[in-house]
Each structure stands twice: as structure tokens, then as C-alpha cells.
Design a protein around this ligand. Structure first.
Ligand code: F0G
Length: 413
């Protein structure tokens, strides 16, 4: 049913979507265009697939396959990903000064982050193209996801990580799945450049979100959320921004859902950055005049990125959804994380930037307190145990295993 092709974001050139390429000859980023009129009916098909017993049908990515990546089932590497829950919490509404927040928890994917949605597409594509070595630069979640999917597919995974800047949980997970780690003495942006060079030289298949197929998989975060709301679009969708793959994917998902008649209005996107890693916010503040890369620093190591490679796609996403970009301090991120953890939902620091951002945007009257808002939590609480153990509010007392000591401890509660 699908007629996909690569289209350049900067010039009219198009390419076959099975070409091994990450950019246009002019240097512009590529996006996948799907042109089949039958796509208007895809929500009905996706609904029927929910009753299937096959992982391929039930996957939150592959139930939308005709508008993601039209590969045959035999090529698909699926865990299966997606099918993530949407939470509501009176405590979090109150914390943010709002009344209608929902939180879609992408940390409840197989490897604990939203990356699995893009990775199932990119690794399936590596298999289709016959690429034996897959690689990424990562702050830890992309690498964990790649390591898992590559192991499932029998491919060799090489991951380039900023030395000393990846959380313990992600490091253990990435190496535990069997990836080869190369810890770069530099930051994520340095690692990203290395992988781009290796991919350009044909040494590896690059699965960072520069790869258009990653973006295609990540679109389904939005589609699955809309499906679970009976295609009733919210007023706002709020997402953390680092390398800006998700912002780009969400903008494309919204544009396509609207163009194909799946939704009757476009939600507005709000991308939230950490103050110490905010080149997108700075650019937004200057009407997207240009991107000035910075040296990034933040407690939210997942989004410690100073030179986001998806910038042109993300600008398009914000403009086309009448979106906004803001930033929040590390203290605001950690306060929001504590609130999310104590609501029994839990997430890693980068994900909590969303709630901190909503609180700020409500205070500034950009978001009104009764609008319908969906926050996307991007990573699981256990991804960054240090961020929990360091926060100083934990309550665990070591005592003797004696009835008297225990009774005294209970009396003091
Ligand atoms: N949240 C989490 C938990 C992430 O891991 C990332 C990115 C982001 C948000 C930002 O998403 O890059 O699409 O804007 N992590 C990448 C990685 C960089 O290597 O795991 P983005």
C-alpha cells in the first residue's frame, strides 16, 4: 500500500528509500515521504491489528507500518516495542498549577526509553540493507536500545559514548547486551561527528536520528497516543529536546496525521531544554535566525548536547505546529523528577524537564491551566540510579534485626 521515497528538506531532490544514504547530495537532511491515498484509512487497520496475537501487529510501531517503513515481516526486528501507558496524577496537576495533564511513559519500552521505537525501524533497515555493523553516538539510551536490537538481529553494535558522562544504568545495560563500547574523551557532539565520518566512509550503518528511518519509528509515539485517545488531539504535546530527533518526529507525525484526516486539529508542540544545553531555545528566541552550537552541561545527561544534528527538521516541526521552545534549570528538572517519582510514575532526569517546562509555561500564561496537555516521559527511572540516590530525600535507616529495634523504628514513623 505504501509508496515511500526520501525527499530532501532543502532542495527538490528525491531518492529511493532503499538507498544507503543519510543526506541529500546538496547536504540537506532527508525525510521519508509516504504518498498513498490509502493511508487515510490506516487508523482502522491499526485498530484491527490490536486484536491480533502477532507481536508484529501489536507493536506500537508496526501496527502503523505502511506509514513507517514498508518492509516485509521477515525483515522486522521487533521486541515488540510501544504499547506504553498514559498516566494521570492529581498530585502532578497540582505541582504544575494545571488541571489536565497526561503523561505518556515511553520509559516503559523494552529497553527503558523511547529509542526502541526508532531503533526497531533502523535495525530492521540495517538487516534489509545487509549492513553487518551498526553504530551510534549516544548519551546512553540510544546505545542501550541499539545494543539490544543488534543482539536480537545478530548484528555487531559499536557505540561511541562521552567518557564519564553516561549514567551507570545505561552503561551497564549497553555493555550487558554485548555492544562494543568506545568511550570518547570528549562530549556527545564529538562522538556524533566520529560516527558521521565512519558512516560517510561506509564503515558502519549509522542509527542516530540523522537516519530518517529513526524518525519514522518515533512518529508512532504520537500516533499511538492519539489512537488511545480515539484520535482526539490534545492542545499541547510536551517533549524534552536534546539532539531534537523526537521534536522532529513529533512534528512530522502531527503533520501527517492532519494531512491524512486522522485528526481534526493540530496539537501545539512544546520542546523543553535544560538551561545548560539550550542551543535550540537560544535560536528560537532569535526567530530561528541560526543555530549557535554551545558546550553543554546539565544534570540531565541524556540531553547534554550542544550541537543538535536535527535542527532543520526541528525548526520545521515547531513552525508547522505553532509550537514553542523553552528551557529549565537543573534545579527545576530535579524538583520535577522528585514530584514524578513520588507520584509513583518515576522517570529519568531528562524526562522530568517536560513537567518543569509545563509549570514554567503555565506561569507565563503560554499554556492555560485548563488546556489538554500530554507530556512525553522519555526514559525509565532506573536508567539513572545516581540521580535518585544523590537527591538527599531518601528514607532508609539501617537497624539491628531485633524486635525491639524494629518496634522503635515503627514508633518513630
Ligand atoms: N530524553 C531521553 C531520556 C533521552 O535519552 C534523549 C536523547 C532525549 C530525551 C532527547 O531526545 O535527542 O530526540 O531530542 N538521548 C540520546 C541518546 C541523545 O544518545 O540516548 P532527542
Amino acid at each position: 500500500m505504501s509508496q515511500a521515497r526520501f525527499a530532501c528538506l532543502q532542495c527538490p531532490k528525491t531518492y529511493d528509500w532503499l538507498d544507503l544514504r543519510y543526506a541529500c547530495d546538496c547536504g540537506g537532511l532527508l525525510e521519508v515521504k509516504h504518498d498513498d491515498p490509502a493511508l487515510r484509512k490506516l487508523p482502522e487497520l491499526a485498530e484491527q491489528r490490536l486484536t491480533s496475537r502477532k507481536p508484529f501487529d501489536r507493536s506500537g510501531v508496526w501496527r502503523f507500518r505502511e506509514a513507517v517503513l514498508p518492509l516485509p515481516e521477515s525483515m522486522i526486528v521487533t521486541q515488540p516495542e510501544g504499547q506504553t501507558p498514559i498516566y494521570q496524577s492529581a498530585a502532578l496537576n497540582q505541582w504544575a498549577g494545571h488541571s489536565r495533564l497526561s503523561l505518556k511513559h515511553e520509559g516503559e519500552n523494552p529497553s527503558g526509553s523511547f529509542k526502541d521505537r526508532g531503533m526497531t525501524a533502523a535495525v530492521s533497515m540495517a538487516k534489509r540493507l545487509g549492513m553487518p555493523v551498526v553504530a551510534c553516538a549516544s548519551t546512553g539510551n540510544t546505545s542501550s536500545s541499539l545494543a539490544a536490537y543488534a543482539a536480537r538481529a545478530g548484528l555487531k553494535a559499536i557505540v561511541f559514548l562521552p567518557a564519564g558522562k553516561v549514567s551507570q544504568g545505561k552503561m551497564a545495560q549497553t555493555l550487558g547486551y554485548g555492544a562494543k563500547g568506545l568511550a570518547i574523551r570528549g562530549d556527545f557532539d564529538d562522538a556524533m561527528q566520529i560516527v558521521r565520518d565512519l558512516a560517510a566512509a561506509g564503515r558502519v550503518y549509522m542509527v542516530n536520528s540523522l537516519n530518517p528511518h529513526r524518525i519514522e519509528g518515533q512518529k508512532t509515539i504520537i500516533w499511538e497516543m492519539l489512537q488511545d485517545r480515539n484520535w482526539e488531539a490534545p492542545d499541547w504535546i510536551v517533549v524534552p529536546g536534546g539532539n531534537l530527533g523526537n521534536t522532529s518526529a513529533f512534528g512530522k507525525a502531527i503533520d501527517e496525521a492532519y494531512a491524512w484526516g486522522w485528526i481534526q486539529k493540530k496539537p501545539r508542540l512544546a520542546t523543553i531544554q535544560a538551561e545548560g544545553a539550550n542551543p535550540f531555545f537560544r535560536s528560537y528566541s532569535r526567530d530561528f535566525a541560526s543555530l549557535e552550537p554551545i558546550t553543554a552541561e546539565t544534570v540531565a545527561t541524556a540531553i547534554r548536547i550542544g550541537h543538535p544534528v536535527n535542527y532543520p527538521r526541528a525548526v520545521k516541526a515547531i513552525l508547522s505546529t505553532n509550537g514553542v521552545v523553552t528551557d529549565v534549570t537543573d534545579a527545576e528538572i530535579m524538583a520535577a523528577k522528585l514530584a514524578i517519582d513520588h507520584a509513583g510514575i518515576g522517570c529519568e532526569p531528562a524526562s522530568a524537564a517536560t513537567l518543569a517546562g509545563v509549570r514554567k509555561l503555565v506561569k507565563k500564561a503560554v499554556i492555560s491551566a485548563d488546556e489538554d496537555v500530554v507530556l512525553v516521559l522519555t526514559g525509565h527511572m532506573l536508567k539513572d540510579p545516581d540521580a535518585i540516590l544523590k537527591n538527599g530525600t531518601l528514607d532508609c535507616t539501617e537497624i539491628d534485626a531485633k524486635a525491639e529495634a524494629i518496634s522503635r523504628a515503627l514508633d518513630s514513623l
